[in-house]
Design a protein around this ligand. Structure first.
Ligand code: NDP
Ligand code: 8X3
Length: 250
């Protein structure tokens, strides 16, 4: 397996944190991104080979472009982008939804993903005619559900962007993949329910959900596949889940 320079957004928690740990253990060089510096420091402690951390808010495009431009030569060119930062904010019908939550989801999950991808495609991937972008979408981007409205829209939009990018980047030798998880037990529900622990824990009550490490394993499989293979689109459920809303609870 050849070692790669891999930039992961949302590496302070959940899927991104698990992916950073696993991929570093496999010998890859990691550029770990997120807003919480203390979490990035924890990642540095846990990873004994090379890691570079970047602290930026994906909503702020000048922060994104500045941070990515400053990545040192030892971590370039970036071979793989794991475009993972994102969250749901709230779970409510449109007529009761919060405009701030809608802005956050569209700004982070859609526009943030675009800013990061644009910077890396232009600076690192097109000049090399090489690269792999793995977007973390969601089953919510394949099937809408009641009260999911804007979160679902953000992930449907991301899925459309993934499909367009795969076509746009084909002539440049850049692979584009989407991974669309179902229920993964991370800080996702705590963020969605704004720190309401009881409501968050109910999401995973009486089921065996996916863990962040399960998705990290799938991401690693995509990255470590031979260069001529692109695992283009993957939906991953826990065994207890059949679609976005159908879950068998004990
Ligand atoms: P977590 O809440 O555990 O992690 C979210 C990550 O995104 C954090 O590292 C956070 O870092 C980062 N992030 C959020 N907002 C911003 C921002 N404005 N700027 C920079 N980074 C940001 O959730 P998950 O690990 O579960 O989520 C990862 C991805 O997986 C998301 O895209 C989510 O939509 C998707 N997903 C999750 C599922 C689940 O059930 N958990 C299922 C399907 C998809 P920080 O706050 O430090 O900036
Ligand atoms: C997270 C999965 O079904 O909670 O993207 O929206 S779901």
């Amino acid at each position: 397996m050849s070692n790669k320079n891999i930039l992961i957004t949302g590496a302070t928690s959940g899927i991104g944190f698990a992916a950073a740990q696993l991929l570093a253990k496999q010998g890859h060089q990691i550029i770990a991104c997120g807003r919480r510096q203390e979490r990035l420091n924890k990642l540095i402690q846990n990873i004994d080979n090379q890691i570079y951390t970047l602290n930026f808010d994906v909503r702020d495009r000048s922060q994104v472009y500045d941070a990515i431009q400053k990545i040192p030569a030892a971590f370039r060119p970036i071979d793989v982008l794991v475009n993972n930062a994102g969250n749901a904010h709230g779970l409510a019908p449109v007529h009761e939804g919060s405009e701030e939550d809608w802005d956050a989801m569209l700004d982070i999950n859609v526009k943030g993903a675009l800013y990061v991808a644009k910077a890396i495609i232009k600076q690192d991937m097109i000049p090399q005619n090489h690269g792999h972008i793995i977007h973390v979408g969601s089953i919510a981007g394949k099937q809408a559900y009641a009260n999911g409205n804007v979160y679902c829209a953000s992930k449907f939009a991301l899925d459309a962007i993934i499909q367009s990018m795969r076509l746009e980047l084909l002539p440049h030798g850049i692979k584009v993949s989407g991974i669309h998880p179902g229920l993964v037990e991370t800080e996702f529900s705590m963020v969605r329910f704004k720190g309401d622990k009881l409501r968050a824990s109910k999401v995973y009550e009486n089921i065996e959900p996916l863990q962040a490490e399960d998705i990290a394993q799938t991401i690693a499989f995509m990255i470590n596949s031979p260069e001529h293979v692109n695992i283009a689109d993957v939906v991953v459920f826990p065994k207890c889940q059949a679609d976005a809303i159908t879950v068998k609870r004990n």
